[in-house]
Design a protein around this ligand. Structure first.
Ligand code: ZN
Ligand code: ZN
Length: 126
């Protein structure tokens, strides 16, 4: 009875530790990525300098933020706008399974079908 611990306390602590870990991890790979790569958005080619560097973000190509190889092969520098777009594209793919769907359904009169395959083609090039 004397060892009773409210579960919320350890949860809060674990959460705080996780947040701290995230911050440290992000600071680590961001700094490294900015050292390896030129400060240019990989999508729209916008250039950055110290004044607006906060708008240049580090994207993980495989969307796994724990995968940070030293050669930077999993990083891509993207401006915040292109980064947002990249993620909503990825989320749609996960949610609607667009890769599977396109394999099953041939192109139809759907006006978005062409756009989608263009986006997928772009993805394959990378
Ligand atoms: Zn951009
Ligand atoms: Zn990203």
């Amino acid at each position: 009875m004397s060892t009773h611990k409210p579960p919320s306390k350890s949860f809060e602590r674990a959460r705080a530790e996780q947040l701290e870990y995230n911050v440290r991890r992000e600071a680590g790979y961001r700094e490294r990525a900015l050292k390896i790569y030129p400060w240019v958005c990989g999508r729209c080619a916008r250039e950055f300098d110290r004044r607006n560097l906060s708008e240049l973000t580090v994207h993980h190509v495989d969307h796994n933020h724990d995968n940070n190889p030293n050669d930077g092969s999993n990083w891509e520098l993207l401006c915040i706008y292109c980064h947002d777009e990249e993620h909503s594209k990825f989320e749609n793919m996960v949610r609607y399974g667009s890769t599977k769907e396109s394999a099953v359904k041939p192109a139809t009169s759907n006006p978005f079908a062409n756009l989608k395959s263009q986006m997928e083609a772009k993805e394959l090039e990378e």
